[in-house]
Design a protein around this ligand. Structure first.
Ligand SMILES: Cc1ncc(COP(=O)(O)O)c(C=O)c1O
Length: 433
């Protein structure tokens, strides 16, 4: 029960927040979080929320997993920072671990702090090694908010608008977004059209010999949790090989078990040239990285890229502990199985609720796309459903160019009961008029 007195605590703090925090930082839920445990967040009133946002796909093993908390506590007492002034054990061990998890021979790793930073690093590597300026991105992609990253980003206008001039030599082609295409029942045709656009880009706009890299998410994240048709990445790999272009897979949101494999690229049977990772890497501690082939990184002269805080000892300790939990608790398999069950239940719901246009995803990365009465993006519905979920103590996020997709990003170790509780809330929220 929320009492009048406790309700004031959230309100009081949010009033202070409005006074002192730069308002550009938009927050979703109007609560002040105080504590997290497993799949739940507790606000300053002591109210408990089932958290299917996981801090935007970060708390993949739930909040404050005891094994990570223990590893962080131990590391804080030993060594918190040395930067590039020395080597440190956690950095070396973590890079070795990440290399062992990578597809193919991506065994040379750089650690940074955020998703945007690892994307920046990946593009710098590609440009440096190929000596080419251009980068090709996909419409609907999100790669971060720094100047380079927002120039690569087309998931929503508000990430780019008013920040011109953006970086030059960045070209965007359509992502095969089957549901919102002219051929929603023909994924092959949508893929063909997308490949044709790439062909035309190279014939009309940019010489492929000037292209350093393609950058692409295995599943569009901010862009609407869109899974591309089968064969997309194999075709991209082939185009890259033909023209000596690097393929960067941006796994910032899809990595670390989220899609039912340690990295979503594994579903595709290809090896990129660079793979970026962040979010789920360290259970909430700030850390990111990118892995590439030694063949390329050995051409990147020492000192040409660097960071003060990237790969700090505490974040590395958290990452090593968190990856161990994902492996020991078999959370990839869990995400695959539970995610499939969730999607099946939501697809059943869609059969009787025509406002749900599409249910899709992989593992525990699930999108529910809403339609209005004309079959156009149904933002009113996604907002209504998200609000009702919040009122019933379930936290969910939206995504998509109109915010018309609800994304479910539960902890990979959410229990069957917690998942059932969340789905009942969603079913009721969708069913209410
Ligand atoms: C695929 C992808 N790349 C890059 C980023 C940027 O990450 P950050 O917000 O940590 O800079 C995000 C963040 O949502 C992302 O989803």
């Amino acid at each position: 029960m929320v009492t009048a007195k406790t309700q004031d605590k959230n309100k009081e703090l949010i009033e202070l927040d409005h006074k002192f925090v730069n308002p550009v930082l938009a927050r979703q839920a109007p609560i002040v979080a105080e504590r997290g445990e497993g799949s739940y967040l507790y606000d300053v009133n002591g109210d408990k929320y089932l958290d299917f946002t996981t801090g935007i796909a970060v708390n993949n093993i739930g909040h404050c997993h005891p094994k990570v908390v223990e590893a962080v506590r131990e590391q804080v007492g030993k060594l918190m920072h040395t930067s590039v002034c020395t080597h440190h054990t956690g950095y070396i061990e973590l890079c070795q671990k990440i290399a062992s998890l990578m597809p193919g021979d991506l065994n040379s790793v750089f650690l940074a702090n955020s998703g945007a930073e690892c994307v920046e690093g990946a593009v710098k590597l590609a440009r440096y090694v190929t000596g080419r300026p251009a980068v090709v991105t996909f419409r609907g992609g999100f790669h971060g908010r720094t100047h380079l990253c927002m120039s690569l980003t087309t998931s929503k206008l508000s990430y780019r608008d008013m920040y011109e001039p953006l970086q030059p030599a960045i070209f965007t082609v359509p992502f095969p977004y089957v549901f919102r295409s002219d051929f929603p029942n023909d994924p092959k045709k949508v893929l063909e059209n997308c490949l044709h656009e790439i062909e035309m880009l190279f014939l009309q706009i940019v010489n492929p010999k000037q292209v350093a890299a393609f950058i692409v998410e295995p599943i569009l994240g901010e862009g609407g949790y869109v899974v591309p048709p089968e064969g997309f990445f194999k075709a991209l790999r082939k185009i890259c090989d033909e023209h000596g272009i690097m393929l960067i897979m941006d796994e910032v949101q899809t990595g670390f078990g989220r899609t039912g494999k340690m990295f979503a690229t594994e579903w595709e049977g290809i090896v990129p040239d660079i793979l970026t990772m962040a979010k789920g890497i360290a259970a909430g501690m700030p850390l990111s990285g990118f892995a590439s082939r030694k063949e390329y990184t050995s051409k990147w002269d020492a000192g040409r890229h660097g960071t003060t805080f990237g790969g700090n000892p505490v974040s590395c300790a958290a990452a090593l502990a968190s990856i161990k939990v994902i492996e020991e608790e078999k959370l990839c398999d869990r995400a695959h199985k539970a995610g499939t069950d969730i999607m099946n239940r939501l697809k059943k719901l869609a059969e009787t609720h025509k406002q749900i246009g599409d249910v899709r995803g992989r593992g525990m990365m699930i999108g529910i796309e809403f339609n209005d009465e004309h079959g156009h993006p149904g933002k009113d519905w996604s907002e209504k459903v998200a609000k009702r979920c919040f009122e019933n103590k379930l936290l969910v996020l939206t995504c998509g160019y109109k915010g018309h997709v609800i994304r479910l990003i539960p902890p990979l170790n959410a229990s069957d009961n917690e998942i059932d509780e969340a789905l009942k809330i969603i079913e009721n929220a969708v069913s209410e008029k």
